[in-house]
Design a protein. Structure first.
Length: 251
């Protein structure tokens, strides 16, 4: 997807405003990483994304609902769900630029995700304003995961006045069926294991089952070329979230 990435990068911020008005299936908070599936775009040619309910009469496979952003045959997308001949999908390129909206169901074909060991998790995974780095753990079968996300860093006005919020996550995980989950706790707390975060600062993680009402909780799933993440909105400052679809950095 070489042609549309500049377009996608330009509309990411604006899209965030409209997402809350989209049909529920394609809304940001409706993302179920466990039910998501993988598909490949089969074209023909460019396939434009279709606007959601933020525009009257959409989503629908008609010209007025088509966006400028598009995918092309061969692109792999994450499918959130289907309705009325349309599929809600996420696409993230190798530079971490993302877009989410509807595509015609006929333009995609389901593909089974390739099985992979812990080595398939290793790398820098990106989406807008967020990076998750996965490296081999201290013992075989374990992985060290650290991440940092911001809110406002891509907005020049917010960045200029220092109104950028930040969040960090860190844990050692043992993926099972390409899934893992953990929480963040206080250093020295019961069930907590010390670790350093993305910036090298001491922090601690806890079992997902041990998270309290105010603790950060994170679920992670590797799906084909993507890393899917869902948190509980308690993993950083105001509006900071790690939830989303990540692609391993390609350059």
């Amino acid at each position: 997807m070489s042609g549309p990435v500049a377009t996608i990068a330009a509309i990411v911020v604006a899209a965030g405003v409209a997402q809350t008005a989209r049909a529920e299936l394609c809304a940001f908070d409706a993302f179920d990483i466990n039910s998501a599936t993988l598909a490949r775009v089969r074209g023909p040619g460019r396939v434009a994304f279709i606007r959601g309910a933020e525009m009257s009469g959409c989503p629908a496979a008609v010209q007025r609902c088509r966006e400028k952003a598009y995918v092309v045959a061969g692109d792999t997308v994450v499918v959130r769900g289907m309705k009325a001949g349309l599929a809600c999908v996420d696409y993230t390129d190798g530079r971490g630029r993302s877009h989410r909206n509807w595509l015609p169901r006929a333009a995609i074909v389901a593909v089974p995700p390739a099985a992979g060991g812990t080595s398939s998790w290793v790398g820098d995974w990106r989406r807008p304003e967020t990076i998750i780095r996965v490296t081999p753990g201290k013992t075989s079968g374990r992985l060290a995961l650290v991440g940092q996300s911001t809110y406002g860093a891509s907005d020049p006005a917010l960045a200029a006045r220092g109104a950028v919020n930040v969040g960090d996550i860190a844990a050692e995980i043992v993926p099972r069926n390409d899934r893992a989950a953990f929480g963040m706790g206080s250093v020295g707390a019961k069930n907590a294991t010390g670790i350093k975060d993305f910036g090298g600062n001491p922090t601690a993680f806890i079992p997902y089952a041990a998270i309290g009402a105010d603790d950060c909780g994170v679920m992670v799933r590797r799906l084909g070329p993507y890393l899917l993440v869902r948190d509980n909105n308690r993993c950083g400052g105001l509006n900071v979230s790690f939830s989303g679809v990540y692609r391993r950095r390609s350059g």
